[in-house]
Design a protein around this ligand. Sequence first.
Ligand code: 1CP
Length: 354
Amino acid sequence: MATLKNDRYIKALLREPVDMTPVWMMRQAGRYLPEYKATRAEAGDFMSLCRNADLACEVTLQPLRRYDLDAAILFSDILTIPDAMGLGLSFGVGEGPKFAHPIETKTAVENLPIPDPEVELQYVMNAVRTIRRELNGEVPLIGFSGSPWTLATYMVEGGSSKAFTKIKKMMYSDPKVLHQLLDKLAYSVSLYLNAQIKAGAQSVMIFDTWGGVLGHREYLDFSLQYMHKIVDNLIRENEGNKVPVTLFTKGGGLWLEAIADTGCDAIGLDWTVNLADAKARVGHKVALQGNMDPSVLYAPAERIEQEVKQILADFGKGSGHVFNLGHGIHQDVPENSPHIFVEAIHQYSQPYHK
Ligand code: 1CP
C-alpha cells in the first residue's frame, strides 16, 4: 500500500497487523459541523452539494481537519441510484428524502432503467476523483451504496418510513415484483460501486439500514441474497491493492454467520451486539467494524472514554477491528465529543496491538 501514508483502516479490514485501532465515524460529514451547514447553504440544497465535486470534496474533508480520523468517506447519498433511475429525489431543509415518482406497479419496475455510472451518476465519480486527488494519500477513501433492500424501501414507500407498509405488502403479496426490483438494484449497485472503485475508492461499504426490520427468512431472501450477488460482482483488487468490502445491516446481529458467508471482508455492527461474541462467531472469517452507541457522545468525556475502553477490551488483542459508531453520528453532539472519542481509541488501543 505504497500510495497511502496511513493505511491502518485498510489493514484492519484485511486483518493484517496495525499499530493502533483505526477509527472513522458513520455520517462523519454532516449537520453536526457548523462548516458543513455553511457549505450546504452555499450549494443551495443537498443534491446540489452532492452534484458539485469541489463542494462535495470540501465537506468530505471537513471532519478530517478537526479529528484524527483514519478514513474519509465520499460525500454523497445512498439515494443517488433511485434518483438516476428517474424517481425524482428531493430533500427539504431538515426533512427526510422524498420521491416524486415512487414505485407502485409491476410495469414501473419493468420500465426502470439501469443507470450508467459514468453518465447519470458521473457527478459521483467526479467527486470520488476530486477527493482522491485532494486527499493526496493521507488516508483511504471509502465509497458506498445502499443495499438493494434498503434502496427499495425508499423507492416503494416514496421516502422514509416507520412501518414499511407498502413494501411489506409488496413482499408478501407480490414477491416476484419485489425480487425483480431487487435484482435490478443489485445489478445497478454492482456497476455503481465498481465505477467508484475505478474512480479511486479504496474500500467500499454497503449500508443495509433497514435489513433489521425483516423476519429471518425474509432477511436472507430479500436482503442478504442481493448483497451477496453484489459482493460476487465487485472488483476486489485495484491499483495493485486489495479493495475491502464491508456489509452493514442495522439490527443484523442475528445473522453474522450468514453475512460472513457472503465473502465480504468485514461486517459493520450496531451497538446491540457484544464485540467479544461477534468475534467468537465470525472473527476467523471477517473483520468487524463498530460499534459504540452514537448517543454515548452526549455524555461527559470520562463516560466516552470508559465506553471506548470497554469496546476495545471486548474485541481484545490483535487486528481485525475498525472502531466506529454503531450508526450515524447525531446532529446535536457537543463539538469536542468526537475528538475525545477518536483520541481515546488511538491511545487506549495500542496495548492490544503489541
Ligand atoms: O439536510 C442535509 O444536509 C442532508 C443530511 C444528509 C447527509 C449529510 C443526507 C440526507 N445524506 C447525507 C450524507 C450521507 N448519507 C453520507 C455521506 C456523509 C458521511 O457519512 O460522512 C452517507 C454515507 C449517507 C448514507 C445514507 N443516506 C444512509 C445509510 C446510512 C444510515 O445512516 O443508515 C441512509 C439511510 C440515507 C438516506 C438519507 N439521506 C439523508 C437522510 C436524512 C437520510 C435518512 C432518512 C431516513 O432516516 O429514512
